[in-house]
Design a protein around this ligand. Sequence first.
Ligand code: SF4
Ligand code: SF4
Length: 377
Amino acid sequence: MIFHHSKWPFSLRLFLEFRYLRFNDADNLYPAQCSILFRQSAEIFLDLRSIGIVGRLLPGTLSRDFKRTLIKMNPVRQIAFGYSTQCNIRCGHCVAADASSGTAKMDFDRAKDIIQEMARCHVTGISFTAGEPLLFFDDICKLIQLCRENGIYSRIVTNGYWAKTREHADRVVSELMSNGLSQLRLSYSRWHQQQINRENIVHAALSCQKHGLDYFISFVTDFSKKDDSFEQFLRDRHLKFFPEPVIYFGRAGEFNRQRIFTDYRPNVCSMNPYLSPELDMFACCDAANRFSKTHFLYLGNLCNDNIDALFQKRETHVLYHLIRTMGLSNMASYLGFKAREIVQYRKCELCEKLFNSKENLRILTKSATSDLINWRR
Ligand code: SF4
Ligand code: SF4
């Protein structure tokens, strides 16, 4: 009892201090490695069994304070910011394609207010995504400027249509940098490159190297041989790239896909939240509103709720927490899926199987804080 009263809040405070120092470290706000490390540490502190135990041991007021502390020191708040779903190309695999009907764009002044409110709610990273953000170049420059003024790390995800020549690329990259952009993520795949010359990606990457802007190439692949030459193209030019599996939602939902056999891996997901131009907030940026039978990933709309409340919902939702810590495989196994079946699912497919079914969701919700939470080694 004494231990729980005195040591827990102290260790939490220590953790908070450390995290605060690291994440406000000069100009280089939360490099990715730190983000992962600290998110993992935060998840350990947020272990629901601890919340349960401490909650039972502490008298009412202290218990409430404890939970409030957990919310305050919650894992890093980052968000994918969908300023507009408009895009200048039409990729065959686009996951954003049916996120909303037609194309939508956020009101610019509202976007500015939202970023300022996010800063007040301790959001430390914003990734401008959805359609092609740089179609709204001037607006996005002002929004990343605002991020810089508020100490928020900013990233733009772009298809690189603007980097037709090295000169064009240099101009755009230096302007983004002067407005305070932290990182550029270049999308690349055999689908993108049907419409955008792959040399554009090289121009953009080389301009980032020249101007000292952090970048990486997101190489979207279905791991088929068709992608070998695309991968080799990047290797031959010594560019920094990371393979990203196609997610079989949106247009890719219609793709034929081979069954895969993975190791029996936990299928943990960090669940990056997403804000749409219509101000709907989702707990996941890849699936957004695609769990149509249960709306499991929907958090709410900023017209009805404030940002902090929606982040808190994400951070205190028991099943989201278990997805981030326990992983989907254990939850599937608990539900009765055969091990042989689990190893054939891609992560997001398994997630959809579990949570886009009202019955599965009912069982998992009911057992989340009792049997399910103990379904671990
Ligand atoms: S994948 Fe990206 S670049 Fe391609 S259509 Fe979708 S939003 Fe546009
Ligand atoms: S596993 Fe689920 S929560 Fe994670 S990205 Fe896939 S659909 Fe989203």
